[in-house]
Design a protein. Structure first.
Length: 198
């Protein structure tokens, strides 16, 4: 049945262009490469990442995870970037992976996406996640044309809460017992930014 509301973004808005590199405040977000597999395996072996992302990953699973991102981009269902902490050197496009950031649950018709992120232990404490989130959010609003971006995290994860707040994501509420983790059901905080937010 036809919708009476106009789509926020037409189908093909993502798939029509190549996934970009995004530069922000001392960070570079670039599409994943096959050579990043050791960083992905190390990330999903880290207890903190396992706790909040609820998975581990073998070498083969990491290879498949990396290979799936271009398909998700073309299918307009998601997009993932490796995050590099490049400091003041805007020309750097190589170096160790510091973390990841991804768009999940992309809905172009509603102009909506959810963001997920993690940071490897060696890069924590330097604001990598909040700087990456700010850079991705700016690109999503200014270039892709999304209307709303959401971040969900367990109420037991104050570090993720600080990342969202530093990137200007307002706390909107708590979804009770919304996500199942290895230790049971977790209440989840919802944060969001709108394209029109200051």
């Amino acid at each position: 049945m036809p919708s009476l509301a106009t789509s926020a973004l037409p189908p093909g808005s993502m798939a029509a262009v190549a996934q970009p590199e995004i530069r922000g405040d001392g960070v570079l977000l670039r599409p994943w490469r096959a050579a990043d597999r050791p960083a992905v395996v190390a990330a999903y072996a880290d207890p903190a990442i396992q706790r909040w992302h609820c998975r581990s990953m073998t070498e083969d699973e990491a290879r498949d995870w990396i290979a799936a991102w271009p398909l998700r981009w073309r299918g307009e269902t998601g997009a993932g970037w490796a995050v590099l902490d490049v400091g003041l050197d805007a020309d750097v496009d190589a170096g160790p992976v510091a973390g990841q950031i991804s768009l999940r649950r992309v809905n172009l018709g509603d102009g909506l996406a959810e963001v997920s992120y993690w940071v490897l232990p060696h890069a924590r404490g330097r604001g990598v996640a909040s700087r990456a989130l700010s850079a991705l959010t700016a690109w999503c609003f200014a270039t892709l044309g999304l209307h709303r971006i959401e971040v969900y995290h367990s109420t037991a994860n104050p570090a993720s809460c600080r990342v969202a707040q530093r990137a200007g994501f307002a706390a909107e509420g708590t979804k009770r017992s919304e996500a199942r983790h290895a230790d049971g059901w977790h209440d989840m905080h919802l944060h969001a930014r709108l394209a029109g937010d200051g």
